[in-house]
Write a protein that binds this ligand. Structure first.
Ligand code: IVH
Length: 700
């Protein structure tokens, strides 16, 4: 796509423009607009198509703003392929029906080696050719689209629709930055072209997007495919842009060509993937393979299936295509699918099963979670028999009833979930799911806050909560008491050997040694793990206490803020809010916790048992040179490892915080710093320093 010389030139020009900007709202001369536009297109390509960016997000943004400002000064010079033209403004768009140049057919499916052998046999018989070359590529799990470029410009993007007609979604598709707004088809003598592809959402973007939804209290999306397909017809293109979608282009369905330009690439499918790749599209150029003989096809498909979970995006199979386009034409198509291609579907990760009942479980914070009990099904390598269905609203939204047939899904490493119920299969015997009014364990009345979706048992002596709290306390991320674990907590509790957290340090080992399965060795292991946990740093204890809304990061901030855990008893909510990551809700919860006599009593008992309630590190270094100052690192450091740098801060009494806010004193910027730097620039009080400046400061 770009020669080394072009890359060097474009990069040098980028640096030139960036040095000119240097914090000023400048514009460039009109004759420089074209090159600036080219620079931005180049960086979009580096970032979105080949995933090897050459400037930071921040620098890209500076260049983008420069172009935008200049275009605003010279509106006549705006071109339709300018990166600024992706931003859609047409709110509440409606989607016009359009006709595809060539119908968008589906693919025939195969599920095993025998199906593929059969496909090959038919293709050989029909064509009379003995050793057909096949091109194999992933079957992307997203939403199909069709693009038309005319005179090198993207002029239309459409959904698949019924295959003959789709809907015009050009504005939304322009938000997908791996789709170039312009591509030099004319170099190949092509004046008009129709390209097929798939809009997908990467696993990473999907997780990020769902995390964002969770923060806003919105229901999460079931899988990346739904996230991608649900985006195509969104009314607001800005919302589409936020979803960070991606696209793979895998098929040229039509082109109009004059006599100029080389065209031998179009005589094979692999050649057309290469052509698309050369023009800046994300085609499966690297993923594809051309082989002869069906056994090699089968091998490649199976190898890809084995590595499926290591890909950054979801695929649900492979597509096997006859490579020679003349041979494709000869084989032709049925009304439904081409005879020259077949999908090889991977083992299903969706299954239907029966919802047999709902069990209500009480967690350590008293939250009552409904768990669907299912008729066991084998799915993606494991047997699934129960799935959390979160809360009352979720059950309503999915329209679940006991006795329903439900569609469940397990994508990659993701925990299984119910995609939907199938109400059309109901026979009238299904029962509504009734949420209990009282705690299923201690029978006390349940409460629900207006702003929350969950019902809670607020009896802190509730057996379920007590046990879950202990399980959390000994867990890996908290006190990490190895060889204790959930099973032992439950067992000791049931036998009356353990009733609360302080009891962990007062176990009757004599009685435990009499239990089945506790030999000398396992008892010694348990003892030494419990003993070792007494030396755990304060932040682990703070996290282990299971204070509501206090996660690992907040626990670290909290532990860093005091010399002894009892210092919290004297802190007001207003004082707590001053801490990084601590908002009103968290402050209220912490305040509540340390106001409670029972909690203080528990902590005193733990201290007596020899646990670490003092912030040792802080005591040594309170007078350190960075005392009380907050730090955050962003980008890659050249001299120090991130962990070393953070240890330096903490060793000198400074505090590492989790994000940029007005409470941040120093942002230390390494190479390729991203959004944190951008955010920090907007806050006057944050000092932005380099790694060298940081080292100097720390050594002062
Ligand atoms: S080729 C005439 N290649 O799968 C050729 N399709 O189940 C038609 N799909 O409608 C399509 N990855 O949306 C082709 N590498 C790939 C694909 C692919 C995903 C989708 C496409 C198609 C559906 C058929």
């Amino acid at each position: 796509m770009y020669s080394t010389k072009q890359i060097q030139d474009l990069q040098q020009q980028s640096i030139h423009f960036l040095s000119k900007i240097n914090g000023h709202a400048i514009t460039v001369a009109p004759d420089k607009i074209a090159i600036l536009r080219e620079i931005l297109q180049f960086h979009e390509y580096r970032y979105y198509v080949v995933s090897e960016p050459l400037v930071s997000d921040y620098e890209y943004d500076l260049l983008y703003q420069l172009l935008l400002r200049t275009e605003q000064a010279y509106p006549d010079l705006v071109t339709p392929d300018s990166p600024t033209q992706r931003v859609g403004s047409s709110l509440n768009q409606h989607f016009v029906t359009v006709q595809h140049l060539v119908p968008m057919l589906s693919l025939d499916n195969s599920y095993n080696a025998a199906d593929l052998i059969d496909f090959d046999r038919k293709a050989r018989e029909l064509s009379g050719i003995h050793d057909i070359a096949y091109c194999i590529e992933p079957k992307f799990d997203g939403a199909g689209i069709s693009l038309i470029y005319e005179n090198d410009l993207l002029i239309r993007a459409a959904t698949r629709g019924d295959g003959v007609e789709g809907e015009d979604i050009t504005t939304n598709i322009k938000q997908v930055r791996s789709i170039p707004l312009t591509a030099a088809f004319s170099k190949y003598g092509i004046r008009q072209i129709e390209i097929r592809g798939e809009i997908i959402m990467s696993k990473q973007s999907f997780e990020k997007y769902n995390a964002q939804l969770a923060v806003q209290g919105l229901p999460s999306l079931a899988n990346p495919r739904n996230a991608a397909s649900g985006s195509l017809r969104m009314k607001d293109p800005k919302e589409v842009a936020q979803r960070n979608l991606d696209a793979f282009l895998y098929h040229i369905s039509y082109y109009l060509k004059d006599d100029s330009g080389e065209n031998n690439l179009l005589s094979s499918h692999s050649g057309s993937l290469e052509l698309l790749w050369n023009l800046g599209f994300r085609s499966p150029q690297k993923e594809k393979r051309v082989v002869k003989g069906i056994q090699a096809v089968i091998d490649y498909c199976l190898a890809f299936e084995a590595g499926r979970d290591t890909l950054p995006y979801e695929i649900d199979g492979m597509v096997v295509k006859v490579n020679d386009t003349a041979l494709q034409d000869k084989l032709g198509m049925t009304s439904h699918h081409p005879r020259w291609a077949i999908a090889f579907k991977f083992k299903a990760r969706q299954a239907t099963t029966q919802l047999n009942g709902i069990e209500f479980q009480v967690g350590r914070t008293g939250a009552v979670t409904p768990v669907a009990k299912l008729e066991p099904v084998f799915l993606g390598g494991v047997t699934v028999s129960s799935i959390s269905v979160h809360n009352e609203e979720y059950i309503k939204e999915k329209d679940l009833k006991i006795g329903d047939t439900v569609l469940i899904e397990r994508a990659g490493d993701v925990i299984p979930q119910i995609v939907k119920s199938l109400p059309e299969l109901r026979n009238g015997h299904e029962q509504d799911i009734i949420f209990p009014k009282e705690c299923p364990v201690c029978k006390s009345e349940l409460y629900k806050e207006e702003t929350e979706a969950v019902w809670r048992c607020i009896n802190i002596e509730c057996e379920a909560q007590v046990v879950e709290k202990m399980i959390h306390f000994v867990s890996k991320d908290a006190m990490d008491i190895k060889s204790f674990g959930e099973a032992n907590v439950r067992k000791f509790y049931e036998l009356g050997l353990l009733k609360d957290i302080p009891g962990i340090y007062k176990l009757n080992y004599q009685r435990i040694s009499e239990l089945e399965g506790f030999g000398k060795k396992s008892l010694a292991n348990l003892k030494s793990a419990i003993e070792a946990s007494k030396k755990q740093p304060l932040h682990r204890l703070v996290f282990g206490l299971g204070i509501r809304f206090v996660g690992e990061t907040t626990a670290k901030t909290l532990a860093n803020a005091v010399a002894h855990i009892f210092d919290f008893t004297g802190k007001t909510e207003d004082e707590l809010i001053q801490l990084e990551d601590v908002g009103v809700k968290v402050a209220g919860s912490i305040h509540q916790f340390f106001k409670n006599e029972q909690n203080i009593h528990m902590l005193k008992q733990l201290e007596k048992s020899g646990l670490q309630l003092r912030n040792e590190k802080r005591n040594i270094v309170t007078a350190g040179s960075l005392s009380g100052q907050t730090f955050l690192f962003t980008g890659t450091l050249a001299k120090l490892k991130r962990s070393e740098a953070e240890a330096m801060v903490e060793g000198k009494g400074g505090i590492i915080v989790g994000g940029v806010s007005a409470k941040l004193n120093y942002l230390v910027v390494g190479e390729d710093a991203g959004s944190k730097l951008e955010k920090a620039k907007k806050i006057n009080t944050v000092k932005i320093i380099s790694e060298d400046e940081f080292i100097k400061l720390a050594n002062e």
